[in-house]
Each structure stands twice: as structure tokens, then as C-alpha cells.
Design a protein around this ligand. Structure first.
Ligand SMILES: Cc1cc2nc3c(=O)[nH]c(=O)nc-3n(C[C@H](O)[C@H](O)[C@H](O)COP(=O)(O)OP(=O)(O)OC[C@H]3O[C@@H](n4cnc5c(N)ncnc54)[C@H](O)[C@@H]3O)c2cc1C
Length: 352
């Protein structure tokens, strides 16, 4: 039987967990209750540079250089060509990252942490460094009890794969379809993922989604949906690091959570490797990671304010604002800045 003592334990083998593991040499245990890449929860849209920088460009399904915002009163088209977006295959993306790690992957459910040991369905494991990448529930940072999706801190998204083709990347703002939320169509090469998101965490979205699909002349296949945070939580709790949705790093307004999970994961991994190398103590590593996340608090606050506006300002006014943001010379001032947020190293070399 493999050992039970490690240099680091990472809980969650999705975007955040794989990004942390990818940077680490040493004895690392990567735990997840599902096989890597088996359970997709998102539409998997992200800037094209992200899979390219991580060496998993073969997971890209479709490149998008336009985004259309549709509302009952008008349609606004954004030119994304300065930083194109893409949709990618979740399984291929995650498996590609797993191939780049030296960690031992174990399929096991984690129930909490006790006396410095991680408790799992496969017994106890110990390590000086523990990272919670378990998504919105924060299996460790919330002491094993599920995070409460309190109104305000969590949004909810539900989507389905459809056969709909030939519609570009689009967001739909329509209070009669979903109040205080948005709809989306993300083409994925063959067919599209179509979904609805509620900024206020309403989870009974199926009837509205079915109506949305009917209006588009298509039908649902399988559904997936879950909560995602729209507020930064604590990046460290005691001696635990938290990355991705477990730390509330999903961006408010746009609900982009993949890129922040990967970015903070890469950076957290870099800090942990310094601890492994004896260059800094664990306490310094925790301080460094907290300082890094704090650096972005203002940007998160601005996006949260924009999300508040999307929820409360009448749709036609909000869409008029998005129309202004899509125009030259306004667009080139903010889009590349947003699109390049979280840029990884130009040559992020994975562990040998
Ligand atoms: C419908 C929908 C569409 C979305 N679309 C996009 C999009 O297009 N682009 C984008 O950037 N973001 C999108 N998001 C947000 C994005 O999915 C999340 O922000 C992102 O997945 C966070 O990554 P993560 O690694 O932190 O957590 P997750 O991807 O949630 O991964 C957590 C991992 O931990 C494992 N786990 C959880 N609990 C335990 C436990 N107790 N024991 C063991 N393992 C456990 C899970 O199995 C999972 O593998 C979407 C969200 C939803 C709901």
C-alpha cells in the first residue's frame, strides 16, 4: 500500500487542484471523489491563451473572436480579436494537466481535517502542506460542513448540451427569461452549451432554461449545474491554503472561474515549491499567498459593483452601458486588460 505521509495534500483535482499540483516536485497526494475530468460543471469558456500557456491547446473545441450581448431592446457585439476566447473539452484539458504532474492521484471523498490529518473515505493522510481546491463547498476550509449558499455570496448556473449550431458566443440579458441573471450560448465545435445563471443563487432554473431552449428551437440532453461564488473568501484558514472557488476566486459579473482558479493555483504551487525547497517557512508561504490574493481585492470589488449594476439597473440602461464599453476607443482600453488578467509565465515549464 502507498504511504500515508506526504509533503503536500491537494483536495480537488479540477482546475485549481491540477494547477497547484503541476508546479510541484516532492511527494504530493491529489485527492478527488471523481476521476479526473469525469464531471464537467462549467461551459469551459476561457481566453485562448490559457490552454495554450498550459500546454493543453489540443483540448480547444472552438475559437471565438466575437461576443454578442442580446437584450430585448438591442444587441451589442464585442470584438474580442485582441484576446480571443475559446471553448475547450474539459476531460482532455484536465487529463493534459494531470499528465504534467508528478502527484499521486487517489479517488477518495474528503470529509474534513482533524489533528493535522486529512480524513477521507480511504482513511487518514497527513502532510505539512494542505491545499483546499474542492470548489464552492470548501470541504476543508469550511471544516467539512458544506458552505451555505447564503443569498448574495453565491450565484447558481444550470446548463445543457444541445445540437444548436452556428450561433456565436452570446450572453442574453432578459428579465422575463431570468431576473437578476443571464443566459448564455457557448458553441463547442459540434453543438452548443446553453445555460442560465442566477446572480442571487436561485437554483430552480430548469423551467426557464427549457423555455429558452424552445425559443432557440432546440432541446436539452443532460443537465449540469452548481453554485459558484461571487465574492472573495479567505485564501488561507489556519495552515490551510484555499484556491479557486473554495477561496471565492470566481470573477463576479462574468462568472469566469476557470482562469482565476488556474492563475492562483499556479502561483500557490510556486509558493509551495519554495517551502519544499526550504527557501521559506510554511508561515511565510501562507503570508505570501494571502498578500498575492489581497493584491486583487480592488479588481474583485469593481467587478462586484458591475454585477450589482447588472442586477439592479434596468436592463435597457445596463445594455446601453455595455454598448458604450464595446465601442472604440473604449474597448481597447479595458478588454486586453481584462483578457490578459492572470497571465501565466510566458514559458510556464511544468515539472520535469
Ligand atoms: C453552469 C456553469 C457554467 C460555468 N461556465 C464557466 C465558463 O464558461 N468559464 C469559466 O471560467 N467559469 C465558468 N464557471 C465557473 C467555473 O466552473 C468554476 O469557477 C471553476 O470550476 C472553479 O474551479 P475549481 O477547481 O476551484 O473547482 P471545481 O471545478 O468545482 O472543482 C472542485 C473539485 O473538487 C472535487 N471535490 C469537491 N468536494 C470534494 C470532496 N469532499 N472530496 C474530494 N473531492 C471533492 C470535485 O469533484 C471537483 O473535481 C461555470 C460555472 C457553472 C456552474
Amino acid at each position: 500500500m502507498a504511504g500515508r505521509d506526504y509533503d503536500a495534500i491537494i483536495v480537488g483535482a479540477s482546475f485549481a487542484g491540477l494547477a497547484v499540483a503541476r508546479r510541484l516536485t516532492g511527494r504530493v497526494l491529489l485527492l478527488d471523489r471523481n476521476e479526473v475530468g469525469a464531471v464537467q460543471t462549467s461551459a469551459c469558456g476561457t481566453p485562448l491563451w490559457v490552454p495554450q500557456a498550459l500546454g493543453v491547446a489540443d483540448s480547444v473545441l472552438q475559437v471565438h473572436d466575437k461576443l454578442t450581448v442580446r437584450a430585448p431592446t438591442r444587441t451589442v457585439t464585442y470584438d474580442l480579436s485582441a484576446v480571443p476566447f475559446c471553448t475547450f473539452d474539459y476531460k482532455r484539458f484536465c487529463e493534459g494537466l494531470l499528465d504534467q504532474t508528478q502527484a499521486r492521484f487517489l479517488r477518495a471523498s474528503v470529509t474534513g481535517v482533524e489533528d493535522g490529518a486529512v480524513l477521507t473515505s480511504d482513511g487518514r493522510f497527513t502532510a505539512p502542506v494542505i491545499v483546499d481546491c474542492s470548489g464552492w463547498r470548501g470541504a476543508l476550509v469550511n471544516s467539512g460542513s458544506a458552505a451555505t449558499p447564503a443569498r448574495g455570496d453565491f450565484s447558481f448556473g444550470l446548463e445543457t448540451r444541445t445540437a444548436l449550431e452556428d450561433e456565436g458566443l452570446s450572453f442574453w440579458l432578459d428579465g422575463s427569461l431570468i431576473p437578476r441573471g443571464l443566459g448564455w450560448i457557448f458553441p463547442v465545435g459540434k453543438g452548443s452549451l446553453i445555460g442560465l445563471g442566477s446572480y442571487v443563487g436561485l437554483s430552480k432554473l430548469k423551467p426557464a432554461l427549457e423555455r429558452f431552449l424552445r425559443d432557440r428551437g432546440t432541446v436539452a440532453t443532460t443537465y449540469h449545474g452548481t453554485y459558484f461564488p461571487n465574492r472573495l473568501f479567505r485564501p488561507t484558514v489556519g495552515r490551510l491554503f484555499a484556491v479557486g472557488d473554495a477561496a471565492g476566486q470566481c470573477l463576479p459579473l462574468t462568472a469566469e472561474g476557470i482562469r482565476p482558479a488556474l492563475y492562483f493555483g499556479v502561483e500557490c504551487g510556486r509558493i509551495i515549491q519554495q517551502i519544499f525547497d526550504g527557501r521559506i517557512a510554511l508561515s511565510e508561504g501562507l503570508d505570501q499567498y494571502r498578500a498575492l490574493v489581497d493584491h486583487y481585492r480592488r479588481a474583485y470589488r469593481i467587478l462586484r459593483l458591475a454585477q450589482w449594476a447588472a442586477e439592479h439597473v434596468p436592463t435597457r440602461w445596463f445594455v446601453a452601458l455595455t454598448g458604450l464599453a464595446a465601442r472604440h476607443p473604449v474597448l481597447p482600453r479595458w478588454w486586453p486588460r481584462y483578457g490578459w488578467f492572470g497571465r501565466f509565465d510566458p514559458d510556464p515549464s511544468p515539472v520535469a
